[in-house]
Design a protein around this ligand. Structure first.
Ligand SMILES: *Cc1c(COP(=O)(O)O)cnc(C)c1O
Ligand SMILES: [Zn+2]
Length: 421
């Protein structure tokens, strides 16, 4: 008698051991799960870091010059670095002397994540999601996106040689549409807001069980990729934690995972247990987390976004309540700035440090400035501010306010006549 039964194999996801509910702590086996079977709460990857060889500064430093040097801390197969991928990470931690002087700060660094392969921090999370998704048997990489994720998914799938399906709001910046479509794959523009696009993606994820929607059905693995920003900051500071960090908030995942990364480094003995404060930055036109923080609420009331900071325009942020927890627990805040202030933030960073940020970076720099002016940030403390995306993708934000000082005939005399010499 022969019995056919499904082949059950345990995925190789490194030292990850299970998924744990962030609300009720119920454990779920590693797999393509993202919501708790008991309470529908979000699932998070848990690890046994003590299994296998010790994780040391030396073992990390011996790794590749990209996020895979931290692979032992991520839910990815041990051979992840050998599988074709975009190799994101290892972005500059710029000591921002000029910006610090302009803001009256003692020690400021810009973590410039625009230096990733598709010019935003999303390459980190997509690389993690892709590695885990392949291990879990998915054949297509998909996402709903506010723009940067679309770029990262389409490019990563191209490098990996698999199909991509990307859904975007139809009113996205032209630059972000072109920089997604160029990689091939299936790109569909949806008439609606990001939150509408997200709803369509959730429905499709139910119908196509071989599609990994990186930020939906494999979200727990995707989210872990943001930890690498935290690890890189600590390693870049000479294996220590900064005292203050300012991070932009869309879904809020990145902010909470940088905190998780710092706590893991402390637990593993890789850095000293020094206090740090985490600050969140939003655009006023989409500031549900900032509003909840200021009102003293634990829940985030959804809003309809109206801001030029489209990469942060998530009106119903999945990790909003955890951002509130993190900011409050660490003694930070969540603040928001207007579109005018964010444009000033883009210009200030460009003029002081030669870094051209997209609107999200403008939000973060403007929030840094606003928090300092309000006395909420300590100008004497070691501070890291994140630039998560590239200005060339949101040219429309600054094109109305910058340009040539003059247009002249082709002669030196015409130049001198302008008085600009
Ligand atoms: C997606 C995105 C963020 C925020 O990410 P969350 O983890 O969703 O909060 C920040 N900056 C840029 C440029 C982004 O594209
Ligand atoms: Zn639960």
């Amino acid at each position: 008698m022969s019995v056919t039964s499904p082949v059950i194999t345990t995925p190789d996801l490194g030292r990850a051991t299970e998924l744990v509910c962030r609300e009720c702590a119920t454990s779920t086996p590693l797999g393509p799960h993202y919501a708790c079977g008991e309470c529908f709460g979000p699932l998070e990857v848990a690890y046994d870091f003590s299994a296998g060889p010790a994780i040391t500064r030396e073992s990390i430093e011996a790794g590749p010059h990209n996020i895979w040097r931290y692979r032992e801390l991520l839910p990815v197969p041990s051979n992840v670095a050998d599988i074709p991928n975009l190799e994101p990470g290892a972005t500059p931690l710029v000591r921002a002397h000029n910006l610090a002087r302009a803001l009256g700060m003692r020690a400021l660094w810009v973590k410039d994540d625009s230096a990733n392969p598709t010019h935003s921090f999303k390459d980190r999370v997509v690389a993690c999601a892709l590695a885990a998704a392949r291990e879990l048997g998915f054949t297509t990489l998909a996402c709903p996106s506010t723009g940067n994720l679309a770029n990262a998914v389409a490019a990563a799938a191209a490098r990996a040689g698999i199909r991509s399906v990307v859904l975007i709001p139809a009113d996205l910046e032209q630059q972000k549409i072109v920089t997604t479509a160029v990689y091939g794959g299936t790109l569909v523009a949806v008439e609606g807001t990001y939150d509408d696009v997200n709803r369509v993606a959730s429905e499709l994820a139910g119908d196509h069980d071989d599609w990994a929607f990186v930020n939906v059905n494999v979200r727990p693995y995707y989210a872990e990729g943001s930890k690498t920003l935290g690890y890189e900051v600590a390693e870049g500071l000479g294996w220590r934690l900064p005292q203050q960090v300012v991070i932009p908030v869309a879904s809020g995942s990145q902010l909470t995972k940088v905190d998780k990364a710092f706590r893991e480094l402390v637990t593993l003995g890789l850095v000293d247990d020094s206090p740090y404060r985490i600050f969140g930055a939003q655009a006023t036109g989409c500031s549900p987390v900032s509003a909840a923080f200021k009102a003293g609420h634990d829940v985030v009331r959804p809003v309809r976004p109206d801001t030029i900071a489209k990469s942060l325009a998530i009106g119903n942020p999945a990790d909003g309540p955890y951002v509130l927890d993190t900011a409050r627990r660490t003694g930070g805040r969540v603040e928001d700035v207007t579109d005018e202030e964010l444009v000033e933030g883009i210009r200030l960073l460009a003029e002081t440090e030669g870094i051209f940020a997209e609107t999200a970076g403008g939000v973060t720099i403007a929030t840094l400035r606003k928090l300092l002016a309000a006395g909420e940030l300590d100008p004497e403390a070691d501070t890291v501010v994140f630039n998560t995306g590239e200005g060339l993708k949101t040219l429309g934000a600054v094109s109305p306010v910058v340009g040539p000082a003059a247009t002249i005939k082709a002669s030196a005399a015409a130049f001198e006549a302008t008085g600009l010499g």
